[in-house]
Design a protein around this ligand. Structure first.
Ligand code: ZN
Length: 359
């Protein structure tokens, strides 16, 4: 719970209403408030590895940033739990070849193998094949591009090179990130202490410039507002599943309240605040999408529980409403209690949730 931690839920509701129920305030401008100048794509190549990835994920989470991790396939194969950690931390996962060769020196069948082995490895770990490919060293040619297309991959290079791989200092990496404009992508690596130490300052500078960390759009290769799942989803495809509004669910916890802005939904202010309802399932695997937002630029987290078991966490990295999807969630069949609950509140954010959609 962020505001009014020590007051009763009713007071929190009044506070909230006072802040957000100003007549005629357009919802979109209110929701955009923390990212008025747009989104940039932070990317980290060459992971995952046991020496750095966990520290990198912790630094990003601490800073409220989300990023795209261009994983090397054989590193993913050797460290599947770190790949799952990347997805759980709200990061997007891209393909960076299987063994990190200069792809332009390979035959077309070798190129295909580098790409498809990595697609299969990451899909087997996260349930979702990457949609983005970054060629090692940025080296590409027409043959490689046609193989990327065959694998439904979008090639992503960069607008800004942090030079972390070339001995840049932490200060120099921070300065490089300072050149990012709306839609731009920066090259960094899951490897260096200098990069790790730059993250808090990068976060602060982006915030002061009205920029947020976004996802890289598979249709344009440019950074955009996050609107999808952790494993490279978010292609904007409209879905057609069972949709349940949170305000129609049963409220639990101490402070859970209805809200009317930035959407009609529910606010979860503190740990154990929740909403729940009973859903009938004929089959045992579904994708769960929750639309929500944080009340500020801190990352709000809402757990999905089905039948009393925690199945995953929805992340909302800003105040602009976004849809976060947990893919291929296994659960019991028949009537199951579905609960959306806050368990990771640290006092710096509140979670606003709109609807749950099941596909
Ligand atoms: Zn690389």
């Amino acid at each position: 719970m962020l505001k009014a931690k020590l007051v009763k839920g009713a007071v929190a509701l009044v506070l909230f209403g006072t802040l957000f129920s100003i007549p005629m305030m357009p919802v979109s401008s209110a929701a955009d408030a923390s990212c008025p100048n747009g989104y940039v794509g932070l990317t980290f190549d060459d992971g995952p590895n046991t020496s750095n990835t966990t520290k990198l994920l912790n630094a990003l989470k601490q800073a409220g940033l989300r990023a795209t991790m261009f994983n090397i396939g054989q590193n993913a194969q050797n460290n599947p739990s770190l790949v799952r950690d990347q997805a759980t931390a709200g990061m997007w996962i891209g393909n960076h070849s299987y063994t990190h060769p200069d792809m332009t020196t390979l035959s077309s069948s070798q190129m295909s193998s580098e790409i498809s082995r990595t697609q299969q490895t990451i899909q087997s770990i996260t349930g979702t094949a990457p949609k983005l490919f970054r060629p090692p060293y940025g080296a590409t040619n027409a043959t490689l591009k046609s193989i990327e297309t065959q694998n439904s991959l979008t090639e992503v290079l960069w607008n800004v090179d942090s030079q972390d791989w070339n001995g840049a200092t932490t200060a120099q990496i921070v300065v490089a990130a300072g050149r990012l404009q709306n839609g731009d992508v920066i090259l960094m690596h899951d490897q260096y202490q200098t990069t790790l130490q730059a993250i808090p300052q990068i976060a602060q500078n982006l915030k002061s410039r009205g920029l947020c960390s976004g996802m890289i759009s598979p249709s344009t290769g440019r950074a955009v507002a996050p609107d999808g799942g952790s494993s490279g989803g978010g292609d904007g495809t409209p879905s057609t599943g069972t949709k349940k509004e949170t305000e129609s669910m049963t409220k639990g916890g101490q402070y859970t309240s209805n809200i009317s802005s930035p959407f009609n939904g529910v606010a979860l202010y503190a740990n154990n605040d929740s909403v729940k309802y009973t859903q009938y399932f004929e089959s045992g695997t579904h994708n769960f999408s929750l639309r929500g937002a944080s009340n500020n630029s801190e990352m709000a987290r809402v757990d999905l529980k089905i039948g009393g078991q925690t199945k995953g966490t929805f992340y909302f990295g800003g105040s602009y409403p976004a849809v976060y999807t947990l893919n291929n969630v296994s659960h019991g069949t028949g009537n199951q209690e579905i609960e959306l609950v806050v368990t990771a509140d640290n006092g710096t954010w509140d979670a606003y949730i709109d609807y749950l959609e099941i596909n």
